[in-house]
Design a protein around this ligand. Structure first.
Ligand SMILES: *[C@@H]1O[C@H](CO)[C@@H](O)[C@H](O)[C@H]1NC(C)=O
Ligand SMILES: *[C@@H]1O[C@H](CO)[C@@H](O)[C@H](O)[C@H]1NC(C)=O
Ligand SMILES: *[C@@H]1O[C@H](CO)[C@@H](O)[C@H](O)[C@H]1NC(C)=O
Ligand SMILES: *[C@@H]1O[C@H](CO)[C@@H](O)[C@H](O)[C@H]1NC(C)=O
Length: 248
């Protein structure tokens, strides 16, 4: 049953070495700032095999984690200290991350006759100088002028407590701000009711988690009618001035 590979992955390339099916590096990449906590999930249970961790465990399969600094590099078993870095069910938790945690994490499930492996990429970055984020680790969103736009605090599910509203602080250009009344906050979302031109910029949300903070930054660009109107307006002006110049 565990051998049933989901068909949507059939186009992916895998190799079998030492009797282990290696799915190479998973498409989901983890990118966090140094000092933040993160949970790296073994991707095998999220798309490669038809089983979850408890099912695999009851079938007698064991889960092992190895680390390498890049593809093809030597993989070493991970020594979990159980506090900063711990193995919890199908995941590795970092509380918190260090720069040297960057690399590939291979998760392997096996018994004596069966083996599957996938690697998961983690990048731990530092803030850009003078900023509260790393500009290579941003999310991007587009908004249309005068329309409404939601910006969500992404990938924070692992840090939420069930039935409890998350306490999220929002910053723009890394600064606290007095938001206008038409910008509202609900759960993990910042909602701009009517987007204005000056809403363009970098929005950072901040969530507290057990003595640490998790930050996500989204760069919002604003497009739309305004620019078109502007262009049309200037074309009109130009046409008008040519017209009046001709009349003189
Ligand atoms: C190993 O796991 C596979 C997949 O669940 C199973 O089909 C096989 O019988 C297991 N082998 C042993 C020796 O337990
Ligand atoms: C694991 O999968 C089994 C069978 O599909 C299901 O009954 C069980 O609730 C799942 N466990 C978890 C922790 O999701
Ligand atoms: C990143 O910036 C934030 C806000 O300025 C600061 O609190 C945090 O300590 C910085 N993190 C690092 C790793 O420099
Ligand atoms: C958003 O951040 C980028 C750098 O990451 C910066 O170049 C840009 O000017 C910022 N946007 C605004 C509106 O300040």
């Amino acid at each position: 049953m565990l051998l049933g590979i989901l068909t949507n992955f059939s186009s992916f390339f895998f190799i079998v070495a030492d009797g282990c099916t290696d799915w190479s590096v998973d498409i989901k990449k983890y990118q966090v700032l140094v000092g933040e906590p993160v949970r790296i999930k073994c991707a095998l249970f999220y798309g490669y095999i038809r089983a979850n961790y408890s099912l695999a465990q009851s079938a007698g399969l064991s889960l092992m984690w190895y680390k390498s600094s890049g593809p093809g590099d030597f993989e070493e078993p991970i020594a979990f200290d159980g506090t900063r870095m711990s193995k919890e069910e199908d995941s590795i938790w970092f509380r918190p991350t260090l720069v040297q945690d960057s690399g590939l994490y291979a998760c392997v499930i096996r018994n004596s006759t069966y083996c599957m492996k996938v690697s998961i990429s983690l990048t731990v970055g530092e803030n850009d100088t003078g900023l509260c984020y790393n500009s290579k680790m941003k999310y991007f969103e587009k908004a249309e002028l005068s329309k409404s736009k939601e910006i969500s605090c992404r990938d924070i599910e692992d840090f939420l407590t069930p039935y409890k509203e998350p306490e999220i602080l929002w910053y723009k250009e890394c600064r606290t701000k007095t938001w206008r009344p038409s910008i509202i906050f609900k759960r993990n979302i910042l909602l701009i009711r009517e987007v204005r031109e000056d809403d363009i910029g970098n929005y950072t949300c901040e969530l507290k988690y057990g003595g640490f903070v998790v930050r996500r930054t989204t760069e919002l660009t604003v497009t739309g009618k305004y620019t078109n109107l502007h262009i049309r307006f200037y074309c009109l002006l130009e046409a008008y001035s040519i017209h009046s110049a001709n009349q003189i």
